[in-house]
Design a protein around this ligand. Sequence first.
Ligand code: FES
Ligand SMILES: [Fe+2]
Length: 428
Amino acid sequence: MLRKEQNDLLTLTGPGTPGGRLFRSYWMPALLADELPENDCPPVRVKILSERLIAFRDTEGRYGLMDEFCAHRGASLWFGRNEEGGLRCAYHGWKYDVTGQCVEVPSEPENGSFCANVKLRSYPLVKVGDILWTYMGDPAKQPELPEYEFVHVPSEQTYTSKRWQECNWLQALEGGIDSSHVSFLHSGALNNDPLFKGAKGNQYNLGDLKPFFEVADIEGGLLVGARRNAEEGKYYWRITPWVLPNFTMVPPRGDHPVHGHLWVPIDDENCWVYTFDYHPVRPLTGDERQAMKDGFGVHSENIPGTYRPAANKDNDYLMDREAQRRNEHFSGVRGIAMQDASLQESMGPIVDRSKERLVPADSGIIKARQKLRKAAIALRDEGVTPPGVDTAHHRVRSAAVILPMEEGFLDSVRDAVSVKPGVPQASV
Ligand code: FES
Ligand SMILES: [Fe+2]
């Protein structure tokens, strides 16, 4: 349960808010690299942390991310001409380079000093893996680039997609931390989905609907352990890491690729869900990659040319009551991503957490909120660098393991949750 002011602290991420300052301490995904596929390609509108920006790739291949609106009289630079090393406003021809610096004011007589004094707010935009990342905080505190494993394995081993989710980032993140819903909401998918089915672990998931949760602190965030009964004398543990502020990984199943998410605020009532799948030691197969593109696993099928899922709140997520009755899909909605999104969006744009009734299975969520709150306040009041900025905190993996009943999970999984290049994921 959170009072309104506590909820606001965690959910609001616009400029000047404590939550916004927290997010501006990190590199955040701004676009998929595919969205700017070549030099001088069309610019792309980007809204992130409630700021409206324009991204472009200039003639030399440099990436820029800056204020969407022209410094002259505020026209959107989305209409602009991306040419000869800069983006030219379509209204009166003012031109900007990738740093937001105005480089030409052709509508006026030559006046060098005027142009030099016009600069749009801009942020760095850097390609790491399949993502273009930006850092929107104090330039003096710009951290090292992200080191999550999925952006550092060879490109044939990794795949990233993106979808728009119509609710606040925190309720989406909380779905990534809460693994007790898997045995219910996603029960159909464990048997049917090409990127899930066949793993031994699925039987434990479906055979024990009341997991016991143990949550352990790590430097960058939390390890959320969900324990289910396995064979005599043994437990099946699924370990979900969360790294501040918005990185989560789903525990693996068999030799299927491992997946996870980054939940990025667009504004206070919408977020981007960047969804990745990778295998630490082998290329993704053609079938796996195709299944991801088709919206299986934790990916979504989007309306072509957009990042809005084809099943969305305007069509009731293509709810199929017959499939619900047949138990093919527990909720009647197809696909794990949309099963999650439909319920999270159903809570409203920003869920009122003063009315919730949390239970022990929500302990991961409770601890994550505490950590976020503490980090936002320490940053606001004392300028303390939050957890997850240090790139060493990124080198973590999810894991699924069988342990003897007497073993505590934290000590036994330290190795399994550490990134080791060339070593496969610990999975059942
Ligand atoms: S509004 Fe952009 S040049 Fe005039
Ligand atoms: Fe889910």
